[in-house]
Design a protein around this ligand. Sequence first.
Ligand SMILES: C[S@@+](CC[C@H](N)C(=O)[O-])C[C@H]1O[C@@H](n2cnc3c(N)ncnc32)[C@H](O)[C@@H]1O
Length: 248
Amino acid sequence: MLGAREDFVRQMRRQSSWLEESLLWILDTRVLSRMPGTGTVTALDVGCGPGSTVQIMRRRMEVKGVDIDPEMVEECRSLGIDASVAPGERLPFGDGSFDFVYCTFLLLWVKDPVKIVSEMRRVSRHWVACLAEPDFGGRISHPKELAALDEAVIEGIRRDGGDPLMGRKLREVFAGCGMEPEIGLHPGVWGIDRLREESADEWRWADMTVEGGTHKAGLETARRAWDTALRDGKLFQFNPIFYALAEK
Ligand SMILES: C[S@@+](CC[C@H](N)C(=O)[O-])C[C@H]1O[C@@H](n2cnc3c(N)ncnc32)[C@H](O)[C@@H]1O
């Protein structure tokens, strides 16, 4: 169990690190520049996990976190983050308690995303944002043998109760909460050096995600094709991760 938790925390840290520059750009150009008032901006991270996104966001604002999993809250507190256990569906805060309420990599894992975003809207004074929701159906990978990996990941996320196509549904979710969001895409193409650096972690995550699936043979072929293309500098992956933000 401890091993599984360590792997999960490691993956969350990787995901946040991919988005660091882009998240700060969104904050600076889209949110803070349009925030009324001049005092400290307060924020709530819903489904904060081990706190890796909070650590990025708190460079610009004062951030609290909530997560349904007490172990994640404990991880956050070990980093000095003010975090508590709470379900995103029933946030223990009054209406308009925070300037900015956001989540990352949360909606794809919840039963009722509209309920979560409605609750985020209720406790926000100004801005509501879903800052990172992937869409695995939009992945583009080369060489063609990697299609088996992409399909296996989609199957694995569905088997674990997630929605691998959440990225494309963000506008629908916000519309369900009475908001018209600005939607954007984080840069989703890595250089070959980064692909090389992250190759082992990427496959560790893929193996965890597809475990027990029906694509074993295709995956072995995909792994060989990946290694060859990586060695020859021909590997390509586009991983779409979308954000949506709206003024309350
Ligand atoms: C994939 S992790 C993302 C963590 C973090 N936001 C990040 O980007 O690193 C999803 C997190 O949401 C939490 N979570 C799932 N369902 C939740 C819910 N209904 N309410 C609050 N947290 C929830 C999980 O415990 C987990 O820590």
